[in-house]
Write a protein that binds this ligand. Structure first.
Ligand code: NAD
Ligand code: NA
Length: 397
């Protein structure tokens, strides 16, 4: 079978390219291998470790801190209709390489919001990690969450908390700018989004793990967030997702207190805007991203996912160059938030039209990152070669 990027309605790619996904994972691993270690050996749990910031965190910890890792993610495998998801393959390829490199790498595939998966994870920590973890990275992005206490399924929405607002965006499929609007959120919409993307589940994880006695002295945990500036405020800070992130920040303070007796810490990490499965379809975001990438590449401050996470962990998580803001959030997004960078980004955004956006912004770079999410257009991969599905099918995460 030959796999080409087949973009479906809504912009999702039908099949990932399994071999291309392998190349993308290897690229990140090789980047980390080229750098000195940033910490002594760790035992890490990554919730949402199959793609985006979670996968980069897993790779950075494995190769920057010799970390044995457990990752929890929700990814479909190969079936009659689809070749699995990119995250499915990322799990497989990461594990294969990490094991070759002498590290423990375990993948738990299931609903991270469920008590069952939490218990399965605790059992695995006891069995594989001498009963302790040193760090938990919380990197979930999900449209839905079933509350394990009530059994009720909540759905997050992308709506505005300041009334209906314009939110033009880039249609990555048709490659045009399209008008759009963000509808006004009701109180119910805000509550629902907080239920899914706020801090409740992170707190359940940390409290269950602590109760089970599997947190090591000096244990650290962080959850990723985005803050944004003028270019994304309408959908982010002033959106339902922003409300959920404020809840996450409050949770961090609670958890930080609960970890005092372990000399541990909990904080929110505000990371830079990047193309991921979760971010590519947020209104406005692609326009902002294309403009931002242009500016940051010109200024020499652009970082891709692994570069951003490596700097965060090296300087701020384990190093002594931590940048903390007035509400206690750690800020590796400092280069994105730089005043001059924002002024230049806004200037480009205000000029972007369907006719000129490919010239005046870094659409090419943004689109390349989008293709790479599913393993396409990666240097060194032969896309004309047929993929042996039967051999690949036998691989399990
Ligand atoms: P992503 O889509 O690449 O990763 C999401 C992960 O969550 C995947 O591993 C997926 O398998 C997992 N997941 C989703 N639902 C699950 C479930 N029910 N059970 C188990 N696993 C589940 O997204 P991402 O962009 O890396 O986002 C991760 C975090 O980073 C989010 O909190 C996001 O707000 C934050 N962040 C993203 C950006 C950005 O620009 N992409 C910037 C700053 C912060
Ligand atoms: Na992730």
């Amino acid at each position: 079978m030959i796999v080409k990027p087949e973009i479906m309605r809504g912009g999702l790619v039908k099949n990932p390219h399994p071999i291309g996904c392998k190349a993308v994972v290897e690229k990140q691993i090789n980047y980390m291998k080229s750098l000195p270690k940033f910490s002594n050996k760790k035992r890490a749990l990554i919730i949402g470790g199959s793609s985006g910031y979670g996968l980069a965190s897993r790779i950075a910890l494995a190769y920057g801190a010799d970390a044995d890792t457990i990752s929890v993610s929700f990814e479909p495998g190969v079936n009659d209709k689809r070749l699995g998801s990119a995250g499915w393959w990322n799990n497989i390829w990461f594990k294969e390489q990490a094991e070759k490199d002498g590290l423990i790498a375990k993948n738990i595939i299931g609903d991270a919001f469920s008590d069952e998966v939490r218990q399965q994870t605790i059992d695995m920590i006891k069995k594989e990690f001498d009963g302790k973890i040193d760090i938990l990275i919380y990197s979930l992005a999900s449209p839905r969450r079933t509350d394990p206490k009530t059994g009720i399924t909540h759905s997050s929405v992308l709506k505005s908390t300041v009334g209906e607002i314009a939110a033009p965006t880039l249609d990555l499929n048709k490659q045009i700018i399209v008008d759009g609007k963000m509808m006004a959120a009701t109180k119910h919409d805000i509550d629902e989004t907080i239920k899914v993307m706020g801090g409740e589940d992170w707190q359940l994880w940390i409290e269950s793990l602590k109760e089970a006695g599997v947190l090591a002295d000096g244990f650290k945990t962080t959850a990723y967030s985005y803050d944004g500036a003028d270019g994304t405020d309408a959908i982010y800070k002033k959106g339902t997702i922003g409300a959920a992130k404020r809840h996450l920040e409050k949770t961090a303070l609670t958890l930080n207190n609960e970890l005092h007796d372990l000399q541990g810490e909990a904080f929110v990490t505000v990371a830079k805007a990047l193309v991921t499965k979760a971010s590519a379809f947020i209104p406005l975001f692609p326009l902002y991203g294309c403009a931002l990438f242009k500016v940051m590449k010109e200024l020499g401050t652009h970082e891709n996912t692994i570069e951003q996470i490596d700097r965060f962990m090296r300087d701020m998580l384990y190093g002594n160059k931590r940048i903390t803001d007035e509400v206690g959030r750690v800020r590796p997004d400092n280069l994105e938030m730089d005043d001059n960078t924002q002024i230049l980004t806004n200037a480009i955004m205000s000029k972007m039209t369907s006719e000129n956006f490919k010239e005046i912004s870094d659409f090419a770079g943004f689109y390349q990152d989008f293709l790479e999410l599913n393993g396409f257009n990666v240097a060194g991969v032969n896309y004309d070669a047929s993929i042996d599905i039967d051999t690949l099918k036998s691989k399990q995460p």
